[in-house]
Design a protein around this ligand. Structure first.
Ligand code: APR
Ligand code: PHB
Length: 393
C-alpha cells in the first residue's frame, strides 16, 4: 500500500498551501484532487489578501509574483445615501490589504508544487477517507481504472464545502451552524479600468453593489440579486445599468463597460462546523467554514487554518508533541467565529434584506454613526485588515 505522512484532500488554496509549507519543513504529502489541474487553475474567486496571508505565502516561497504584481490598498470605501465613508486602514490601525486574485495564488502554488515534484493526484474519483479515529488513516480513490489505497499518519480535509471529509465524520460528531442569506451575488470580471481606486461597498435602496479589481486594467464588480436568480435574467447591459444605479454618482459616471470575461451568481451563507478536528482528520478552510464574501475573509480564513495546522504538524514530527495539533480546532475556531461575525455584520449593513424602511434607516444610521466615530471606524478597520494571529503556545 502506498504511504505518505499527510494525505491532503483537495488542491484548492488550503490544500496547496498546506502541502507547500509541509514540504518546506521536510514532511511528505500527497494531494488528492477530484478535478483536473486546468479546472483548479481556472476558477475565478476573490482577490483580497490580509497581510498575514501575504506573510504566509512569502514563508511558503510563493510570494515572488505576488510581491511584484499585487496592489496594496490602505483603505476601502463604504457608500450609502448620506455619501461615502472611507475607512483609512493605514491611519486607523497601521494596516493594508493586498489585491491579488485567488486564481493567481492558486497558480503560484501549483507551479511551486510542480517544481518541487510534489505528489499531486488530479481527477481522482470516488475519494474516501477512513481510519482517522485511530492511528492508521487510509485514503482510497480511483484513477486509471483502478482503486488506489494511501496509508498516512494524518488526513487534511481541504476539500471545500462540498467535499467528502466533513461528510465522512460519524453522525452526531459535529455541531453545524448555518445562516442562509436571502440573496446572491452576481459577479462580473471584465478587462476595464476600475471605476473606484479602492474597494467600494455600496448600500443602495435598490440593493448592494460593489467595485473591486484584479489589476489597474481588470475590474471585478458585483450586484446583489435574488437568491434564486439566474444568469439568463442578467444580460450584460442590465448588469451594467444596475451597477451604475447602485453606485455613488461620481463612481457610476466613470464605470467603463466591456463584454465580461466571466459572469457568475453565487449564493451567500455563513457556515461553521465544530469541532474542526476528529482524531487524525483535520477540516481546513471551506471544508469547515463559509463566510459571505462581503468581508473578503474566505481565503484568509483558509490560510489562517493552514498556518495553525502546518505549525502543529511540524511540531509533531520534530518533537513528538501533539499539543498544537490537539488544540487545532479550538485555536482556529476562535478566529473563524470573529471573521464570521465581521462578515455577517458587513453584509447586514450593506445589503437590502427587505422593503422595511425601518431596517434600511437603521443601516444608514449605523453607517452614519461609524462615519463619526473613530472607535467604530477602528473596529471596522482592524477586522478588515485581519485580526492578529495567536502565536503558538
Ligand atoms: N475529493 C477530492 N477533492 C475534492 C473533493 C473530493 N471528494 N471535493 C472537493 N474537492 C476539491 C475541489 O475540487 C477543490 O479544488 O477540493 C478543493 C477545495 O477547494 P476550495 O473549495 O477552494 O476550498 P479551500 O481550498 O478551503 O479554499 C477556500 O476558496 O472557495 C474559495 O471562498 C473560498 O476563498 C475561499 C477559498
Ligand atoms: C473581489 O475582488 O472579488 C472581492 C473583494 C472584496 C470582497 C469580496 C470580493 O469583500
Amino acid at each position: 500500500m502506498d504511504r505518505t505522512q499527510v494525505a491532503i484532500i483537495g488542491a484548492g488554496p488550503s490544500g496547496l498551501l498546506l502541502s507547500q509549507l509541509l514540504h518546506l519543513n521536510g514532511i511528505d504529502t500527497v494531494v488528492i484532487e477530484r478535478q483536473s489541474g486546468c479546472y483548479v487553475a481556472s476558477r475565478i474567486r476573490a482577490g483580497v489578501l490580509e497581510q498575514g496571508t501575504v506573510d504566509l505565502l512569502l514563508r511558503a516561497k510563493v510570494g515572488e509574483r505576488l510581491s511584484s504584481e499585487r496592489l496594496i490598498h490602505d483603505g476601502f470605501v463604504l457608500g450609502f445615501a448620506q455619501g461615502t465613508l472611507r475607512v483609512d486602514l493605514k491611519d486607523l490601525v497601521g494596516g493594508t490589504v493586498s489585491i491579488y486574485g485567488q486564481t493567481e495564488v492558486t497558480k503560484d502554488l501549483m507551479d511551486a508544487r510542480a517544481a518541487a515534484g510534489a505528489r499531486m493526484v488530479y481527477e481522482a474519483g470516488d475519494v474516501s477517507v477512513e481510519g482517522f479515529g485511530g492511528k492508521a488513516p487510509v485514503v482510497r480513490y480511483s484513477q486509471g481504472g483502478r482503486v488506489h489505497e494511501l496509508a498516512c499518519d494524518f488526513i487534511a480535509g481541504c476539500d471545500g464545502y462540498h467535499g467528502v471529509c466533513r461528510r465522512s465524520l460519524p453522525p452526531g460528531s459535529l455541531q453545524t451552524f448555518e445562516k442562509i442569506y436571502p440573496f446572491s451575488w452576481l459577479g462580473v470580471l471584465a478587462d476595464v479600468p476600475p471605476a473606484a481606486h479602492e474597494i467600494l461597498y455600496s448600500n443602495h435602496e435598490r440593493g448592494f453593489a460593489m467595485c473591486s479589481m484584479r489589476s489597474l486594467t481588470r475590474s471585478r464588480y458585483y450586484v446583489q440579486c435574488p437568491a434564486d436568480d439566474t444568469l439568463e435574467a442578467w444580460p450584460d447591459q442590465r448588469f451594467w445599468d444596475e451597477l451604475r444605479w447602485r453606485l455613488p454618482a461620481n463612481v457610476a459616471e466613470v464605470v467603463t463597460t466591456a463584454p465580461p470575461l466571466e459572469k457568475s451568481i453565487a449564493p451567500l451563507r455563513s457556515f461553521v462546523v465544530e469541532p474542526m478536528k476528529f482524531g487524525r482528520l483535520f477540516l481546513v478552510g471551506d471544508a469547515a467554514h463559509i463566510v459571505p464574501p462581503t468581508g473578503a475573509k474566505g481565503l484568509n480564513l483558509a490560510a489562517a487554518d493552514v498556518r495553525v495546522l502546518y505549525q502543529g504538524l511540524v511540531e509533531y514530527y520534530r518533537s513528538g508533541s501533539s499539543d498544537l495539533i490537539d488544540g487545532y480546532s479550538e485555536q482556529c475556531l476562535r478566529r473563524v467565529w470573529k471573521a464570521v461575525r465581521f462578515s455577517w455584520w458587513l453584509t447586514s449593513v450593506t445589503h437590502k434584506f427587505s422593503d422595511d424602511p425601518f431596517a434600511h434607516r437603521l443601516q444608514l444610521t449605523e453607517l452614519d454613526y461609524i462615519r463619526g466615530s473613530t472607535a467604530a471606524l477602528t473596529s471596522v478597520a482592524e477586522n478588515y485588515v485581519g485580526l492578529p494571529f495567536e502565536e503558538p503556545a
